[in-house]
Design a protein around this ligand. Sequence first.
Ligand SMILES: NC(=O)CC[C@H](N)C(=O)O
Length: 236
Amino acid sequence: MAALRRLGVKGVEIRKPEQLDSVASLIIPGGESTTMAKLAEYHNLFPALREFVKMGKPVWGTCAGLIFLANKATGQKTGGQELVGGLDCTVHRNFFGSQVQSFEAELPVPDLASKEGGPETFRGVFIRAPAILEVGPEVQVLADYPIPSNKVLDSNFGADALEEKWSEKKVIVAVKQGNLLGTAFHPELTADTRWHSYFLKMASDVAQGASSSIVAVGGGDFSLNRRQINDLPVFQ
Ligand SMILES: NC(=O)CC[C@H](N)C(=O)O
């Protein structure tokens, strides 16, 4: 919400399925995807979210939101978790390790830079971040990242996938497929608003005539009357 405000756009928080009828595009933010899936299930959001994606409305998932959008997730808790799906990729939920292994890195972002201008790299803030292991033919890769050299390719990764598929020693961290955008990192925690403005352009391309609201779902405090509008700290 704070990042959108910096671009002069007012977002609306979505708590109930029927609220999705009144918005033209959606951001599913980061957080913790198992918890978010439980809450989304409790609030009966999954059918409406799937319908929203199927209608071709722009949806951007960051981090846990990316996991939500993926057709397949690995590294899930026992019993798995429900996904919205639509994005033809396999995501590893905690690819880069636990919370303490969170990190920041400069990512080459040629497509973003050519559309939005600015530097050729983007500072990726990876917080217990997922990574995309495989993508389908319709998916455009917007950023990738070398697999950390200390990364032990253990059983969590699905041993069969290793040598061959990962011979390039890179994982994918940003993708676009039609109306869907996915980032494994948190662009809203930097002062660089290019991913947000990139998504807003996707949204305005599709939204013609519809409401131009951008909305956020999941994460945060679900009590409506205690909502705060403080901006998050932003890393320069
Ligand atoms: N920053 C994040 O959104 C972390 C996502 C987390 N790995 C999950 O499973 O949901």
